[in-house]
Ligand binder design. Sequence first.
Ligand code: NDP
Length: 250
Amino acid sequence: MFSRLLGKNVLITGASSGIGEACAYQFAAAGANVILTARRADRLGEVQSKISANWPKVNVHTATLDVRSSAEVEKVISSIPTNLSAIDILVNNAGMALGVKPVSEVSNEEIDAMIDTNVKGLLYVTRAVLKGMKERKSGHIIMMGSIAALTGYMNGSIYCATKSAVRAITESLRAETIGVPIKITEIKPGMVETEFSVIRYGGDKSKADAVYRGIEPMTAEDVAETVVFAASRHPRCVVADVVMLANGQA
Ligand code: NDP
């Protein structure tokens, strides 16, 4: 089943930690070549070393990329080595939350950071990759959405808005590619324990932990398994939309 991923070229944004990093290992384990991007070069280097040690036949290319810059996105995508440049699968995973606080208290910087990363960055990367997919009439774009797209929650106005935008982009892309065999998938996880959990509370781990209210959160690996499952279906079928919750999460 996962043999369908053998030799595929998979571009993952936000591959330096959490869900993106877990996806990198699981795609590599399935024999896919991985193109890994994020801002932290040192962390990308660690992921690359681990993949080379465990799956030596897999091609790994890393590139530092801040998805908020359209110029950087275009440069990085056009600098992918020729043997990997035909992207079969894009995992649009880079994302963040900052300043989990009432709208009246949120700063311009926090608003911009979330919208620029989660919405504009995702659009820049999608635009840069989709062109080639349309020319080749093949490809798969997997969006890392969130259950935050389905409901608002206290102090989540900006983050929920960005993930609602991801949902809207996903559905619009699906309409845009009707009749073209390009797969579009959105995964909407609930609670996942990653660095994100602490970052969104400005480093306050006790606040981050309190969110779980005694529920065991999912792991990055749980989500990556679902990404790889969606990516490895038969060419004729698409896993279009997945909501994943921690067991016990409402
Ligand atoms: P992490 O913080 O572990 O990972 C976020 C990744 O995004 C990192 O690799 C980070 O890399 C990258 N990133 C952040 N900003 C940028 C940027 N401007 N340019 C490029 N890369 C960037 O958190 P998760 O793994 O949890 O998050 C991954 C995705 O999952 C996000 O889209 C998040 O919204 C989504 N999600 C997470 C949930 C959770 O509970 N954890 C629940 C639902 C969805 P670097 O800092 O090196 O750039």
